[in-house]
Structure formats: C-alpha cells, structure tokens
Design a protein around this ligand. Structure first.
Ligand code: NZQ
Ligand code: ZN
Length: 386
C-alpha cells in the first residue's frame, strides 16, 4: 500500500425530507446564489423548496447550467456573484450543476483569466486566495461530485478537469426521493459512471491494499445487484438509497487512497463526449471493456481477482478468466440499455483520428496507471470498441 493523506470535509445529510437542514448549514447572514440546470429542479418544485429553506436570506437563482457544464455559461454565473456580492453557492442538480458551481466558486474572485483554470489539477489558495463556500442538493447519483473536490468543465470541443482541495462542498443533502424523477437513461448513466469510477481505482495492479480492494469489490457488487432494479423501480426508496450512497462512496476518495489509479477510460471518454455529445456514462461504457481487453496482460492479476470476487468466475486460465470478466462487464452495461459499441452511437472508424488529435491537444499522451497508454494504444482501444 502506498503512503497517503486523506481529508474529506464534506458534511453529508442523507435521507428523505432533509431540506430543512439547509437553514442550519448555510450561514444565517449568507447572500446565496442557488444554481441549477436546464429546468428539472424548477419543474419539480425543488428550487422553491430550497429557497423556502433559506428563509429570509438574500437569495438569487441561476439556472441553465447544461450537461457537461460550459465555461461561458458559468462565467454568467460569476457575473451574478460579483453583481450581488454573493458569498455562498448552493448547487441543486447532478454532477454538471455541482461541477459548474465548483468552478464558479474558484472563478468568482480569481484575479487572472478564469480560462487558465481549465485543465488545472491542483488549484491552490496561492493561485486563488478567495474561494466561495458551496453546498449541494443532489438530484442525480452518478459523478460523486457531491462529496469530492473535482470538476469537469467544457469549453467548445475541450472537456477538462479542474481539481482543487478548496472546492469540497461544505455539505451535501442526499435525499434519494429527489432522484425519483430521473429518466431511465440518466439512472443507467449513473450506475455506469459509479462502476467505472471504482474500476479506475481498482483494476490496476496489486499493492497489498486488501481493504481498499474489498471496498471497491463491494461497490461493484452492489451496483451489479441494484443497477437494473434502480432503473425498473424508479420510486423504490430503498433501492435508490443504495444507488445514491454507492455512487457517492465510489468517488469520495476513500477507495482511492494508497493505491495506483488508472483514469485512462475517463480521459478517452471525455473526448468522445466533447466531440460527439455522448453522455458521460455512455462514453465510459464504450471505452472500459475495450480498454480492459487491450490492457489485460498488464492488468491480469487484478482482472483475475475481479473475475473471482465480483463475477464468481474461477474456471480456466488466467487469460480466460480475465476475458470472461470483461465480457460480463460489457454484458452488464448492455443489460442497463447502455450500448458499448461506437457503432451504436453512429460513430465509425473514420472519426477515431479526431479523438486522437484531441488527446494530443490535451496532453493526454501517457495515460493509465503505468502512464503508457499513448494515442496509439488509445487508437487500438477505440478500434476494438467499434
Ligand atoms: O439540467 P436539468 O434540467 O437538471 O436535467 C438534468 C440533465 O439534463 C437531468 N436531471 C438531473 N437530475 C434530475 C434530472 N432530470 C430529472 N430529475 C432529476 N432529479 O439529468 C441530465 C444530466 O445531468 P448531469 O448533471 O449532466 O448528469 P451527471 O450527474 O451524470 O453529471 C455528469 C457530469 O459529471 C461530470 C461529467 O464529466 C459530466 O460533466 N463528472 C464529474 C466528476 C467529479 N466531479 O468528480 C467525475 C465524473 O467522472 C464526471 O466526469
Ligand atoms: Zn465519471
């Protein structure tokens, strides 16, 4: 196990009808900007309930943060913050709204060009002396942004990480009933996203992190157990509660401590989303099975463990077990009605060079836990995903 430091300050409030806790968690004298997406939180009446919970505080509302949050939209929110001396942000939505709000928190009082924050993997207080505090009300279990300090921001054809220990939410309200209105496609996307967050931190190579492995395997097994049920029974509180908490635990840092991490699937998948508008979860379902297949030799030890402990596959040679586990992974995504082939999204071999160009342009030329997934290897992965 590698040495590590772990810090996660986010206060989690989990359960039904917990919006009243906002009054205790947001400073009484705060000037609050409530942020949301394209309309679901407004239509459901959730924004009104959040504003009611904020009582007599000064509140402004900013809607329109799109899936794969766009820099230009977020800069309009920054203008609102500056115009009304906002000092607290409250994101109501899924990963896009929460990520976008984290960017606003960084950009609001940043004296440089906020565009220079895009792609930064460690924004420090030296770079951004004043970062606004934020809280979240989660409406889509997927990204895990409600309990981490990461964000992914889009600008034109670029979809880039913005990472900073300064953007952990102060608190997040996780009420499974707020996710009941999700369409099946978004529920499925969330299961796939949480699954791949876990494999990025688990399907690498052994370092004797027995507990982290067992925790990752528990998350994977839970997602397999409840994935289809969460789609088929959208208002089953108990099932959806597992989905919400599993997605949060998949990317709040706890299973990633002291272990190697891959993240090549995400970096390649982000380019598919930026270029072709594929949902984040869908892009991951395309890349992961093919990446595991191309890298099965390098990952063989963990793939055999994954086959045994998650899929119960114990017969055959190591390579046969690995291939069977990869096939089970692909079949699981397909069982959620998330296609795993580029062709299912109308993307042919002729578009692969564009993806490679974007990887080059973004410096994504040495990906994976061994930093050896080059654009040439990425090309092989995408070819195998056709
Ligand atoms: O915009 P509205 O109207 O709210 O509709 C949204 C959106 O169209 C809808 N939705 C959300 N909650 C709903 C709902 N519809 C009905 N009822 C509800 N309760 O769902 C659509 C997708 O929302 P979005 O927030 O984009 O989805 P998700 O939560 O999957 O977030 C995806 C974003 O998270 C980023 C991705 O890159 C992507 O931009 N990620 C963030 C990470 C992080 N911060 O750690 C890591 C992840 O790997 C991921 O990259
Ligand atoms: Zn993800």
């Amino acid at each position: 196990m590698f040495d590590f430091e772990f810090h996660n300050p986010t206060h989690i409030v989990f359960g039904r009808d917990r919006l009243g806790r906002i009054d205790r968690l947001v400073p009484a004298d705060a000037r609050v900007l409530v942020t949301c997406g394209g309309g679901s939180a407004v239509r459901s009446g959730l924004i009104s309930r959040v504003k009611e919970a904020l009582g007599r505080r000064f509140v402004r509302e900013f809607g329109g943060i799109e899936p794969n949050p766009q820099f230009d939209t977020l800069m309009k929110a920054v203008a609102e913050v500056r115009a009304h001396a906002i000092d607290f942000l409250l994101a109501v939505g899924g990963g896009s709204v929460i990520d976008g709000t984290k960017f606003v928190a960084l950009a609001a009082h940043f004296e440089g060009d906020p565009a220079t924050l895009l792609g930064q993997r460690n924004v420090t207080s030296a770079m951004v002396p004043r970062v606004l505090p934020l809280g979240t009300v989660l409406t889509l279990p997927a990204a895990g942004s409600e309990m981490n300090s990461g964000a992914v921001i889009s600008r034109g054809r670029d979809k880039l990480p913005v990472l900073s220990s300064l953007t952990f939410p102060r608190f997040s309200i996780l009420d499974p009933s707020l996710t009941f209105s999700l369409p099946a496609r978004q529920v499925a996307n969330g299961i796939v996203d949480a699954f791949v967050h876990t494999t990025e931190q688990y399907l690498t190579y052994p370092v004797g992190a027995i507990l982290q492995d067992r925790m990752a395997e528990a998350i994977l097994a839970t997602l397999i157990e409840i994935g289809r049920k969460s789609i088929d029974r959208p208002d089953d509180y108990d099932i959806r509660a597992q989905h919400v908490w599993t997605a949060t635990m998949a990317l709040n840092g706890i299973i990633g401590v002291g272990v190697p991490q891959d993240w090549a699937t995400h970096m390649i998948a982000h380019e598919l989303t930026a270029l072709f508008g594929i949902d984040h979860g869908q892009s991951l379902a395309i890349v992961l099975p093919s990446l595991l297949s191309v890298r099965r030799q390098q990952k063989i030890a963990k793939l055999v463990q994954y086959a045994d402990r998650v899929w119960g596959i114990r017969e055959g040679t190591d390579l046969e077990k690995a291939d069977a586990a990869i096939a089970s992974t692909r079949a699981f995504f397909e069982s959620l009605d998330v296609p795993t082939r580029l062709s299912a999204y109308g993307i042919g071999a002729d578009r692969i060079p564009e993806v490679l160009d974007q990887l080059q342009a973004h410096g994504m030329v040495a990906l994976g836990e061994h930093r050896d997934i080059t654009p040439e290897v990425a090309a092989e992965i995408l070819q195998r995903a056709l």
